[in-house]
Design a protein around this ligand. Structure first.
Ligand SMILES: Nc1ncnc2c1ncn2[C@@H]1O[C@H](COP(=O)(O)OP(=O)(O)OP(=O)(O)O)[C@@H](O)[C@H]1O
Ligand SMILES: [Mg+2]
Length: 332
């Protein structure tokens, strides 16, 4: 169980002086500005959840992940993971967690993948049977055996990411933090990694916190999403709720049983018409689709009706675009 309360992380940025004496002046300079990367964030995550942590560039996602992993100490606020404060009991915490930073590897650059895994086996004191079982699973789900003998520095990006994932999950951690695990990968490689994350989460009940800019990752994996912007949580809830709250218009597709001259109905507008098949767009505004269908049934004979909800990708893109708009007006 993760409990975060009013977490704040500020960075001091010192002014840099240029020129011949700049370096010397830098050493004594105390002039700085403060960036508040994470601004009073509170949340709870239960064991076994798979949560998407989303937000635009610079929102504070990686900073939060670094506090959760114990790499960074918050400026203020409280954080416990399974009763432990990550940065105070790092050794204990590291045993229970795994982490992947998609932007850079956490593996030893010059070692072949298999030696990296052997080294981790010793570091974490993983029993032989558990090690074998997990390596078999990684061979199966991540195709790890294809490149076990290649040094990490020679791996392709997709292979390196798979090796990083295997390393993060090798010791059966209770919690795994994945910071952009599909960045830069092709469609098939992404799909494979998503499948892996979904399988481990459902079979081993591993808690997963995932940050990503790939909306396909979110649609495929996350039941719950937390959205942050400029260090603040703007939404925390079910993905389905996010879509219904911010998703814009829903579509109702009606196949009429007869020809009609006027097919307009109150509360919806016609966006497509093909023979007797008509597509309406509408905002449900909490009333759902029932009033529209009642209205239709009172006035027309129809053969078939189907409903299309806005999809996750469109909705999240829409939210990001709105934020982008808000930011740019401020920077002008
Ligand atoms: N070590 C640091 N020193 C100074 N500022 C930092 C440091 N790390 C992060 N920041 C600043 O904190 C803010 C949040 O950065 P963070 O890396 O957490 O964003 P992010 O949500 O992960 O963004 P992205 O989607 O681009 O990865 C940014 O303004 C960033 O410049
Ligand atoms: Mg980041």
């Amino acid at each position: 169980m993760i409990v975060a309360k009013d977490l704040v992380k500020e960075f001091k940025i010192y002014q840099h002086h240029r020129g011949a004496f700049g370096a010397i002046r830098n050493m004594f300079s105390t002039k700085h500005t403060i960036v508040r990367a994470v601004d009073q964030i509170s949340f709870q995550i239960a064991a076994g959840e798979l949560v998407g942590y989303l937000g635009p560039n610079g929102a504070g996602k990686s900073t939060t992940i670094k506090m959760l992993t114990g790499i960074l100490v918050p400026t203020s606020g409280e954080l416990t993971i399974g009763g432990i404060v990550p940065w105070r009991e790092r050794v204990k915490h590291v045993r229970r967690m795994g982490v992947v930073f998609g932007q850079r590897t956490t593996l030893w650059w010059d070692l072949p993948v298999i030696e990296t895994m052997e080294l981790l086996r010793h570091i974490y004191k993983i029993p032989e049977r558990q090690y074998r079982r997990n390596m078999d699973m990684f061979a199966d789900l991540l195709g790890l055996s294809e490149f076990l003998n290649i040094p990490v520095r020679s791996l392709s990006l997709g292979q390196r990411m798979r090796a990083d994932l295997a390393a993060a999950f090798l010791h059966d951690p209770e919690i795994v933090f994945l910071d952009e695990p599909t960045i830069g990968l092709d469609v098939l490689a992404k799909e494979r990694i998503r499948q892996f994350i979904a399988t481990i989460n459902s079979e081993k009940k591993t808690t997963v916190i995932l940050t990503t800019h790939d909306l396909g990752d979110v649609a495929k994996l996350c039941r719950r999403v937390m959205m942050i912007d400029r260090g603040k949580v703007l939404f925390d809830g079910a993905l389905a709720e996010l879509v219904s709250r911010f998703g814009g218009e829903r579509r109702l597709i009606v196949d009429f049983a007869e020809e009609y001259d006027d097919l307009s109905i109150a509360g919806a507008r016609i966006v497509a018409k093909e023979g007797r098949k008509v597509t309406y767009a509408f905002h449900s505004n909490g009333n759902g689709v029932a009033p529209l269908i009642e209205n239709l049934s009172r006035n027309y004979k129809w053969a078939d009706i189907s409903l299309q909800d806005p999809d996750v990708e469109t909705t999240i893109r829409h939210i990001y675009e709105q934020w982008e708009g808000d930011h740019s007006s401020e920077y002008c």
